[in-house]
Ligand binder design. Structure first.
Ligand code: PGA
Ligand code: ZN
Length: 456
């Protein structure tokens, strides 16, 4: 067997699903083939995310190049990592954090740092002849030894099973219709998603999703709307008369697929409200120009939860509106999964603030918001320890990299948000999960995660 000592580190600029440059890092251990990771990139990024280093050179790729980040990996990061043990993820990540020396990874860039952090996992897999999912599991158990098999903690209520124990295939949360910053339509809210809560296996869940998605496209087309062209994450991007109309189409498509809205398939929203919030005002444009307060938004969401089978709402309020978030949590937190994305930015300190102040009950987990695997695992573990459900998530700018599919299974986080079932940067993850679903190696909690919320 090859050694796991790092021998070679090499970064290059490659391109993501929006045609924007991003960082790919390869790391090879002594005598082994290199492992590689590619870093994703967001569009509706949170203000509190770690910094994504871009060249800013207006003469090249509109300033979006990542040559500087690549150069930093090929110089400073390379020097720091060569000779280190690729399996010691915590030490490697600590080294990278110290080398950067800033609070938000702005010197080396979170893209440079995350590429190196993840490539070490793939290098170890190559050197030891194991799968990435095994290496993510190892990293998770080293980070959170209390979570070893058979010690799954109850997320809420009296349930004895919960996320974060054994490795699990995830319940997918999938875009049907896209709005906001991800599509050309007029919808204010970013994602209208479905969660196949009644499916009893990952392959069944995925088939239901694909079937509903096909019906959404057909129903939109038949009604004279755009039902073919898709947004950044593969959801349809029609110009509809209202935000509610998107929900109506999704419900109709669930029914057209022969499934029961609510029982079989629930609805999720990513409001992504930070992008239409300013100075305490939430401005909606789908039905004219409406100015809403935080309380108005909470009322609207509550009304929708009463009328539609909504089981999950992400970023219902702005990333800095802790007061509004508290109201939202008090009103809906015992009925609906309330996910903080821009609010928490996968940052343990921001999540801790949410836990301490009773805000939200779930956290989106995006590796590049915080910038190393170790810190991502820290946030995930903090969430699980406090009964907050983690939802591992892609970015709107993605690639063929399948890290999040392996990570969500390895940690048993329970839920995954990747975008829709069109566009191969999304399917790369779903197809990886289909591979992992063979042979019954991993369990599936699916929508039973939500039962504990309903009964609490
Ligand atoms: P982003 O969108 O990657 O553009 O930030 C994803 C999300 O908001 O969940
Ligand atoms: Zn979001």
């Amino acid at each position: 067997m090859a050694s796991t000592r790092i021998q070679r580190v090499h970064a290059r600029e490659v391109f993501d699903s929006r045609g924007r440059p991003t960082v790919e890092v390869e790391i090879a251990c002594e005598g082994a083939r290199p492992g590689r990771a590619i870093v994703p990139s967001g569009a509706s990024t949170g203000a509190f995310e770690a910094l994504e280093l871009r060249d800013g050179d207006a003469g090249r790729l509109q300033g979006l190049g990542v040559r500087r980040a690549v150069e930093l990996v090929n110089s400073e990061v390379r020097s720091a990592l060569i000779g280190q043990d690729a399996t010691d993820q915590q030490a490697l990540d600590q080294l990278l954090i110290e080398l950067d020396g800033t609070l938000n990874k702005s010197r080396l860039g979170a893209n440079a740092i995350l590429g190196a952090s993840l490539a070490a996992v793939y290098a170890t897999a190559e050197a030891t002849g194991t799968r990435p999912v095994d290496q993510f599991r190892r990293a998770w158990l080293e980070h959170a030894p209390n979570r070893s098999a058979g010690q799954a903690s109850a997320a809420r209520g009296n349930s004895t099973t919960g996320p974060g124990g054994d490795s699990l295939l995830p319940l997918p949360m999938v875009n049907m219709i896209s709005g906001g910053k991800h599509a050309g339509g007029n919808l204010d809210f970013q994602d209208y998603l479905i969660l196949p809560v009644g499916a009893t296996s990952y392959p069944q869940a995925f088939e239901w999703i694909v079937t509903v998605y096909q019906h959404v496209g057909q129903l939109l087309t038949r009604a004279g709307f755009e039902g073919v062209l898709v947004g950044d994450e593969g959801g349809f991007g029609p110009k509809l008369a209202s935000n509610e109309q998107a929900l109506d189409f999704v419900v109709a498509a669930i029914e057209a697929a022969g499934l029961r809205p609510g029982e079989d398939v629930g609805i999720g929203l990513d409001v992504a409200s930070s992008h239409f919030h300013r100075d305490g005002i939430y401005r909606l444009i789908a039905t004219g120009d409406e100015e809403l307060s935080a309380s108005d938004v909470v009322n609207l969401l509550e009304e929708w939860v009463n009328r539609y089978p909504i089981v999950s709402i992400e970023d219902g309020l702005d990333e800095d509106d802790w007061h509004g978030w508290k109201e939202l949590t008090q009103r809906l937190g015992n009925r609906v999964q309330l996910i903080g994305d821009d609010l928490f930015v996968t940052n343990p300190e921001r999540l801790q603030r949410g836990i301490d102040s009773g805000v939200a009950n779930s956290v989106l987990i995006k590796l590049n918001q915080i910038g190393t695997l170790t810190e991502t695992l820290r946030t995930l573990n903090l969430a699980l320890q406090n009964g907050y459900w983690p939802v591992v998530s892609a970015r709107s700018g993605e690639t063929e990299d399948t890290t999040i599919a392996d990570l969500v299974v390895a940690t048993g986080a329970g839920q995954l948000k990747v975008g829709s079932v069109a566009r191969s940067e999304r399917l790369a993850k779903y197809n990886q999960l289909l591979r992992l679903s063979e042979g019954d190696e991993f369990g599936y909690l699916g929508g039973s995660i939500f039962q504990s919320l309903r009964s609490s």
